[in-house]
Design a protein around this ligand. Sequence first.
Ligand code: URA
Length: 253
Amino acid sequence: MVMEMTPHFSDDKVALKDALRRLRWLITGIEGSGIQHFHRQRTVLTPTPMPVEPSPKEDQPIGKGRGALLAEVREDLGDCRRCRLHAGRTNLVFGEGTPEAELVFVGEGPGFDEDRLGRPFVGRAGKLLDRMIQAIRLSREDVYICNVVKCRPPENRTPGADEMDACSPFLFRQIEAIRPRVICALGLCAAQALLGRAASMGGLRGRRFKWRGIPLICTYHPAYLLRNPVQKGAAWQDLVQVSRILNETNHKG
Ligand code: URA
């Protein structure tokens, strides 16, 4: 019995190692375009099955389209001065991507480049996020990217609870407008804003949460991954879960 099982187990281990190596290439940009070959490996190694949940797109409110709802949120945000972060901003960074996105990424808040350009994730961390998105065979145009706070915190510090409280109603409305099939929280700030409680990333990763009925996966922030590249393999596991949810719900039509 053991003899029969062994070859399958070691095949899986080899496939897993190979796929993780390829992901590292993709994310670090050291090597490797081969996304298609990589993707073939990815389907082989998809880990731990999780329960299938109903597709949130079925809950889409009838009436205004997602684009119109998003535009309304932007209009209500206006020239926001609801918290002290407005004082230091060059540009308010609302978010960008398609209102039809099936996947929404939520980051923490704009950094230097984002504040300058008024667009989310356009600096070094953004370049890594682009590669993470490509690794699951999507592009920036397929997803929606936004942050918990829309104005840059001074010196890129973590947003304060009062700043998150002032801004998160707009984040929630953005996500409600889109009603994606899955949300990916990038880092603790986003996870905490969406889950409404403090936790450690160790306690959040590898689990499927729900935000107002929408599956939520928490992973490391790309800026953290730039400082701790050893965690990129773990981030890949999280992205595999995201991709898996998208595939599950797609199969449901
Ligand atoms: N970090 C974030 O959390 N958001 C951005 O938009 C850029 C960097």
